[in-house]
Every structure is written in structure tokens, then in C-alpha cells.
Design a protein around this ligand. Structure first.
Ligand code: PAF
Length: 272
């Protein structure tokens, strides 16, 4: 497994490896990321992963400084997963002095996380466009756990004619349903015990909607239920899967963000 930390090294490795399937990450790798690596491997190209904690996608009050970092652990996991190339730029390499260009996606980026975290998707879109251009990846693999992010990236790739195919992969969960996330490690034992309720409530709502319940009534009851279990609910909504616009009928995607203590949990499921 080769490691590139600057652009000349990256370009030399890309020239050597040929077509790449890229897994963009911010490190602190878990089984969810490893499932993306496995999906990248199935694409039949050489496999690359990027590790870059992207300051541009964190707001001033957010957890950039405390975002978990574990370079040695991550590299060992990537090596075991059969990764061919790791792209690990510093902030200075990714964002040269005087940088003045960002990518602003409208449409699916506009509500939900876009509203709760102003500038977040500008940062995500900018770094992903750069990662695609830097690596020339033929395929890039993302988790469905960040459903809105996946739609924002698809929109950007279509709108800018970027020559990369985006592959989405199902969310990997703990046995009790909690979606894997690098931030789960910040849950206290008591919060960790309560956290799976978010997924359980989404599943329950999906079942109720499939059985004909009124959308707004089912969503309102679910929000109340989560609040009663100690979650501070940012949103819980039924949306059109690609545009993320609020939906009044099935099929759709149920998306939710809720805080437990200092940890903001995101989850989503299909509502067929
Ligand atoms: O999902 C993530 O880990 C990040 O948002 C991504 C896609 C690597 C961009 O920094």
C-alpha cells in the first residue's frame, strides 16, 4: 500500500495504478468505511482511500478540533483491507494559500443539514470535487448513512459533468440498529444505550406510513417520542429521495438528525 501526502507523489502513483475506485474519508475508520472499501474493490479497479479532516465543512462552533484522528490505526486497517493507495494531504496541500474557489450546490443541499450546518455542503462539495480531480478516480464510493451528502455529491457530479461514477452503499449498523459513525465514541454509556431508539423510531414510522398513517401525524408522534427519550430532535422528515424536498406521499426517504448530549446522530431509511 502506497501513501501520498503531496500532489506530485499522488500523480505518480495514479499514473502507475491506472483507473481508481476512491473511498473519500475523514479517517477514524470503522466497519462502515471498510464496507465502502469492499465495495470499491468489487468495482475491479485499483482501490484508493483519502484521509482528510476537511476544515471547510466544519462550522466555527463545530467539532473540527476534537474530530477523532488515528493515522496509525487507519493505515493498518486500510492495509488489511487491501487498499492500494492512501491520499493524505495536509490542509496546506489541499487548500493553497490565497484559495478563493468553492463549490456551492443548491437543490438537495438546501434544507436539513444545509440549514443546521451553514456552509457544510459547500465544504463537502469543494473537497470532493478536488479529490475527484486530484485522483482522477473513475468511481467514488460513499455511504448512504449521510444520505443528503450522497445526493449533493450526485447533483454536483451531474451538474459539472465530472467524469466519476458515484456508488452509494448501505449503512452499516451495530446489532442494535445504531448506524456506525466515527462520532459514536463520544456517546456516554447511558447515551449509547439510548441511541438505537433513533433507528427504531424511523423503522416504526416507515411501517406506520406503509400501513396508511397520515405522514404529518406519524412524524409528529415520532418527534415527540424521541424528545421523551431524551433526544433533541433537529429534524425528522419524509423527503423525496433525490431532491430532499419534503414529501407528502410514499415512496420517500425518512431522514433524521437528533442530539444526545454532545453527539449529533444522523440516520435515514427508505420508506417504500
Ligand atoms: O463523509 C465524510 O466522511 C466526508 O464528508 C467526506 C465525504 C470524506 C468529505 O470530507
Amino acid at each position: 500500500m502506497r501513501i501520498a501526502r503531496d500532489l506530485p507523489t499522488l500523480r505518480a502513483e495514479v499514473a502507475r495504478l491506472g483507473r481508481l475506485a476512491l473511498v473519500p474519508t475523514m479517517g477514524a475508520l470503522h466497519e462502515g468505511h471498510l464496507s465502502l472499501l469492499a465495495a470499491a474493490r468489487r468495482e475491479g479497479e485499483a482501490v484508493a482511500a483519502s484521509i482528510f479532516v476537511n476544515p471547510l465543512q466544519f462550522g466555527p462552533q463545530e467539532d473540527f478540533a476534537r474530530y477523532p484522528r488515528d493515522e496509525a490505526g487507519d493505515l493498518a486497517k486500510l492495509e488489511r483491507a487491501g487498499c492500494d493507495l492512501v491520499w493524505m494531504p495536509s490542509v496546506e496541500v489541499m487548500y493553497p494559500p490565497g484559495r478563493a474557489t468553492t463549490i456551492e450546490v443548491g437543490g438537495p443541499a438546501e434544507g436539513w443539514e444545509g440549514e443546521a450546518r451553514p456552509g457544510h455542503f459547500r465544504g463537502v462539495a469543494t473537497v470532493c470535487a478536488k479529490l475527484f480531480l486530484q485522483t482522477g478516480a473513475a468511481v467514488a464510493v460513499f455511504g448512504e448513512k449521510d444520505w443528503q451528502q450522497l445526493q449533493v455529491i450526485r447533483r454536483m457530479v451531474t451538474d459539472l459533468d465530472l467524469p466519476v461514477r458515484i456508488v452509494g452503499c448501505p449503512t452499516v449498523r451495530e446489532a442494535d440498529g445504531l448506524a456506525l459513525s466515527s462520532r459514536n465514541r463520544f456517546l456516554s454509556a447511558e447515551e449509547r444505550a439510548r441511541a438505537p431508539a433513533l433507528h427504531a423510531v424511523l423503522r416504526r414510522v416507515a411501517g406506520e406510513l406503509a400501513a396508511g398513517a397520515l405522514v404529518e401525524a406519524a412524524l409528529a408522534a415520532a418527534r415527540t417520542d424521541l424528545a421523551a427519550q431524551g433526544f433533541a430532535v433537529d429534524y425528522l422528515a419524509l423527503v423525496a429521495p433525490e431532491t430532499l424536498r419534503p414529501a407528502a406521499t410514499l415512496p420517500g426517504r425518512l431522514i433524521a438528525a437528533a442530539r444526545l448530549g454532545s453527539v449529533r446522530l444522523l440516520d435515514n431509511i427508505a420508506a417504500p
